[in-house]
Design a protein around this ligand. Sequence first.
Ligand code: MRU
Length: 347
Amino acid sequence: MPVPTILWENEELTIIDQTKLPLVLDSITLKTVEDVWDAIQKLRVRGAPAIGVAAALGVIVGIRNFQFDDRTALVEKVKQVADYLATSRPTAVNLFWALDRMKAVCDRYSSATAAELMAKLKREAVTILEEDKLICRAIGRSGSDLVPDDSTILTHCNAGGLATVDYGTALGVIYAAHEAGKNITVYADETRPLLQGSRLTAWELKESGIPVTLICDNTAAKVMHENKIDLVIVGADRIAANGDTANKIGTYMVAVLAKAHGIPFYVAAPSSTFDFSLSSGERIPIEERDPIEVVHGMGKQTAPDGINVYSPAFDVTPANLITAFITEKGNIFPPFTENIRSTIGTK
Ligand code: MRU
């Protein structure tokens, strides 16, 4: 990445405004917790791990200007700010995981003064950011073993440096394979309606010097049929205990196609994306977004006035379509329920 997706410097939270890519690489400083909420909701910062990191730092943004005489008031404020940020988007579990980590600091340091607790909270948020960089590189190393030399990878949406602090999960695997000297080419689904594939993945890979070919989402079957794809790697927003995986709308379709063509389908994600409270993907909350993104997404109206629109932002790929999970703790193969539990543990 030319600049980090999320930067915490001099107590300021700065993010790349991803809504402006690929035309303008512009960063904005989020000064209030409302700015952070809005940036997450509007996808200025997006991608499950990046949302989690932004939210953790968003808690600091939300509490830093208050003078706390006693720790009770501070703890109450942390809870209030975290609960507010939790309403920004529903599907990526990393958001709730990061906010829970921030709230847990208050419980862990139950005898700390308000000033001491403030310092611990700042340290936790920065740790979440720093860990993301290391975790993505570990995912990259682990997944690189699964990528043969001279292979072509199809990916959907953006699970790259833009979806994390700076390296990516699915694209992290691609970067690691490339850095290991493997000859890798990528097909990027454009990813309607918000075009994360064409706006972000194609931009990011091009910046990195990795050959990338952009395709419309409905071209995926054809490139697979033409034997152009050796493997698929995608990211994830939430993975249930049995391996059912929520990711960007259209991922399920790609997984079905990969199965039909005998192509391995890998999901790359950090442990923070696994949700052991859900036994299957049935109960993963799926965000529905404003129809305007579908009917007016390309700078002009593309459907008749008043048309009915259904726009879920994510779908759930059943575990039986997934070849393996690539995590910072290693690659996980079936049977998923027991192997996910033994590899990821209880977080
Ligand atoms: O709506 P978005 O752009 O936040 O959706 C992002 C995705 O679906 C990514 O594939 C997922 O969050 C994994 S990012 C490492």
